[in-house]
Design a protein around this ligand. Structure first.
Ligand code: TYD
Ligand code: MG
Length: 453
């Protein structure tokens, strides 16, 4: 008889190996490799058998187009990230660091979904703890059922009796199936339970929302296959010390992955932020140097955000460069460009950069605002409240066009800005005369210096 084939998997990140190793080469964790049977030995496993099968191939044009009726989650932000609501029978994974608000987000949704029967299964908290949280949140849905359970067999038993419209699992790492022996949270348990839940979702046409933890390096804990098994992966992120939370779609079989939802955590749960710019611009009375506002785009939404820079004489030999919410290497590159192309001596200065609200910005269009904030702080000249920037800065000091400049200009105009500095190259075909905002075209960083200082 053939031997059962086994592999070793890292229980932290899911990395596979043919033999046992002490330290995972992918995530750096120690003693995380576990052995798993990947295929049962079989005497005969022919690739081709003549005979009848249940499924039959059909021509693509014969497949009837079914309009999926999406379930409205009663939350514009959540619907947007999902691509227009929950698809029946779909399985969605929501990942995030501990304490970021995953349980709050889903409990709040469950409480607001009046008229729908929801089964909220928690393996992490007792019903009393969940009730205490529910009391802080608005909304009360009499058909929101709480179940303190970790076994999938029992869960499926309850779903038969209750017939819920939606199942929430908090969290997949606490679930276990009786079909295999390993402990809850182990890689094979996660894979098996997720597989069972997936079959349940598809066969009963009930959507399932899974909460998943993420590891230190920001990956979803558990095997990568978990991400392949589900229909959508959403990430809930934000800085613990700030109120903002961002729900980002990483994978979505039913919608775009560039969408994002913004929330603010408060004493009564999560509040949807429909106009992010108002929150991201700090309220200031007088104009201060070192502050510039960028018109950036996150997902599909334009928003204005404040960048703050502090440039000072270095006390120690090596000047310090530090940045929060912006790539440090890119900051160093921009400093080199300013120094080389416009003659500012910044190599002997300390430079600190901060993006307001604890957001991490990837949009290159923020470059111009960063440069403006640095120049403003270095020269001690304040930039007006009603001026904003959108442009990418290249190595030769050129200001490059950025995507969807018209929506950035429109957002700035809507918020009452008087001037927006953009790349001249991005303005082709745009009618900027009729706008209530002055669009200032730039080609090089030196022009920005002249305009500001
Ligand atoms: P929680 O949903 O338990 O996080 P997760 O499930 O991702 O681990 O959120 C816990 C945090 O949210 C906790 O630090 C307290 C905070 N919080 C509020 O600030 N306001 C609220 O109304 C609630 C319910 C929680
Ligand atoms: Mg939780």
């Amino acid at each position: 008889m053939a031997k059962a084939k086994t592999m070793y998997y890292c229980s932290n990140c899911g990395n596979a190996s043919g033999k046992w190793i002490g330290k995972c080469p992918a995530c750096g964790e120690w003693n995380t490799f576990v052995e798993e049977v990947i295929s049962k030995p079989s005497e005969t496993k022919p690739g081709f058998v003549a005979g009848k099968t249940k499924s039959a191939p059909i021509q693509i044009h014969q497949i009837v187009n079914q309009r999926e009726d999406r379930i409205d989650t009663m939350s514009t932000e959540f619907n947007r990230v999902l691509g227009g609501g929950l698809v029946p029978g779909s399985i969605v994974l929501i990942g995030g660091e501990p304490g970021i608000g995953k349980s709050t987000l889903l409990l709040q949704m469950a409480l607001n979904l009046k008229g729908k029967k929801i089964l909220y299964l928690s393996g992490e908290e007792s019903p009393q703890q969940i009730k205490m949280r529910a009391d802080r949140l608005k909304g009360n849905n009499p058909d929101c059922y709480i179940l303190n359970e970790t076994s999938t067999t029992d869960l499926f038993q309850h779903t038969l009796e209750l017939a819920p419209d939606l199942v929430i699992i908090d969290s997949i790492q606490t679930m276990h199936t009786d079909t295999i022996d390993s402990t809850a949270g182990s890689i094979s348990q996660i894979r098996e339970t997720a597989g069972e839940l997936q079959r349940f979702a598809k066969l009963s046409n009930t959507p399932v929302l899974l909460i998943g933890h993420i590891t230190k390096d920001g990956n979803l804990a558990g095997p990568k296959v978990l991400e392949h098994m589900v229909d959508a992966v959403l990430q809930f992120e934000g800085d613990q010390h700030y109120g903002f939370r961002i729900l980002r779609s990483i994978k979505n079989r039913y919608g775009s992955t560039s969408e994002l939802g913004i929330y603010e955590m408060g004493a009564a749960g999560l509040r949807e932020v429909t106009n992010p710019s108002e929150l991201l611009l700090s309220q200031r009375e007088e104009e201060t140097s070192g502050v510039a506002i960028a018109a950036m785009i996150e997902g599909q939404r334009p928003m204005l955000i404040e960048t703050q820079a502090l440039v000072g004489t270095a006390v120690y030999g090596t000047p310090q460069r530090s940045s929060t919410g912006f790539d440090l290497r890119r900051l160093n590159m921009l400093l080199a460009v300013i120094e080389k192309r416009s003659g500012f001596r910044l190599s002997t200065k300390d430079v600190f950069l901060n993006i307001a609200g604890g957001l991490r910005v990837e949009d290159p269009a923020i470059d111009l605002a960063v440069v403006a904030a640095i120049l403003s702080s270095a020269e001690e000249v304040a930039i007006g409240h009603d001026i904003c920037f959108a442009g990418e800065v290249g190595l030769s000091g050129e200001i490059r066009a950025v995507s969807r400049v018209e929506s950035r200009i429109a957002e700035a105009e809507k918020l009452g800005f008087k001037q927006i500095f953009v790349s001249k190259y991005g303005l082709k075909g745009l009618d900027i005369k009729k706008l209530n905002i002055e669009v200032v075209p730039l080609t090089r960083v030196t022009e920005l210096v002249k305009k500001l200082i």
